[in-house]
Design a protein around this ligand. Structure first.
Ligand SMILES: NC(=O)c1ccc[n+]([C@@H]2O[C@H](COP(=O)([O-])OP(=O)(O)OC[C@H]3O[C@@H](n4cnc5c(N)ncnc54)[C@H](O)[C@@H]3O)[C@@H](O)[C@H]2O)c1
Length: 258
């Protein structure tokens, strides 16, 4: 049986190491037959090379700051030269300076606020804009970005990242509304806690991970393959009339109250 993404061309932005969401999702995208380009920051160059050099037909492009149009332009030129167009974009990018994750949100400095929002929210806008002409080459596209419940409700340990996720969620909806007429869909995956580099920087993360199954209706944590399978759905034609959504992949955690 052909894979759900057979013949599709995709970009995974934010490859880190083997523990990252980007890599977890990549494995599902490849399993379903997608051909992929990857962007990564220089600090992950070796990991990115080791993880992807054997993936047939794939390309890797270093982009140290995906909020910087001057860096995105040549990167997308290279993707266009190699792939010719794009059918989907997976945004798996987030960062906040450690100092902003330890103090109160109330005390966030303007610099830390900007850095957090540039990396964690604006990059979705910038990458989608850069991908738009490549989507148009293929008659449309699908954008999938990773978010977290802390953008909808207060999760105290998530600090300023929660505020940035609220912005990311909003950007997703506005992009979906503006780009829908060109058959470009934009959706978010709200993931339950997964042990990655970024997650380890969140104070109390392990406690959150331990506590989640006590409250989640399914009484368990999610795995990387759950993120991957949901991303496959949103990148594939199975979701052709789904846009502007936040799909929660969290064992039901978000529906519960006290
Ligand atoms: N791990 C979890 O529990 C969890 C839960 C929900 C959502 N998410 C989201 O998943 C996404 C991926 O995070 P992860 O947990 O895999 O951690 P990670 O640290 O492995 O990945 C974060 C990625 O963002 C990249 N990045 C940061 N700033 C950047 C910038 N300015 N330009 C380009 N790239 C930049 C890093 O290089 C890295 O590849 C993030 O959006 C994160 O918030 C993670």
């Amino acid at each position: 049986m052909p894979g759900l993404l057979e013949g599709k061309l995709g970009l995974v932005a934010g490859l880190s190491n083997k523990y990252g969401v980007a890599w977890g999702v990549t494995q599902a995208l490849i399993r379903e037959g997608a051909r992929l380009a990857f962007t990564y920051q220089g600090r992950y160059a070796e990991h990115a090379h080791d993880l992807t050099s054997d993936i047939a037909g794939s390309i890797r492009v270093q982009v140290d700051d995906a909020s910087d149009d001057a860096l995105l332009r040549p990167a997308f030129d290279e993707i266009r030269r190699n792939l010719g167009g794009l059918d989907f974009l997976v945004h798996s990018i987030g960062f906040s300076p450690p100092a902003a994750l330890t103090g109160r949100v109330t005390d966030t400095t303007r610099d830390d606020f900007r850095t957090t929002f540039d990396a964690s929210a604006y990059t979705l806008l910038a990458l989608t804009r850069a991908a738009e002409p490549l989507f148009n080459e293929r008659g449309g596209g699908s954008v999938v970005a990773m978010t977290y419940y802390g953008g909808e409700k207060v999760v105290l340990g998530y600090k300023i990242m929660g505020v940035a996720k609220a912005a990311l969620d909003g950007i997703g909806r506005y992009l979906a509304a503006e780009l829908g007429p060109d058959n470009i869909r934009v959706n978010l995956l709200s993931l339950g806690p997964l042990r990655t580099m970024a997650a380890r920087g969140i104070p109390g993360f392990l406690g959150m991970m331990h506590e989640a199954p006590n409250r989640a209706p399914l009484r368990r944590n999610i795995g990387m393959e759950d993120a991957g399978n949901a991303a496959v759905f949103l990148c594939s034609d199975l979701s052709r009339n789904v846009t502007g959504e936040i799909l929660h992949v969290d064992a039901g955690y978000n529906i519960t109250g006290m």
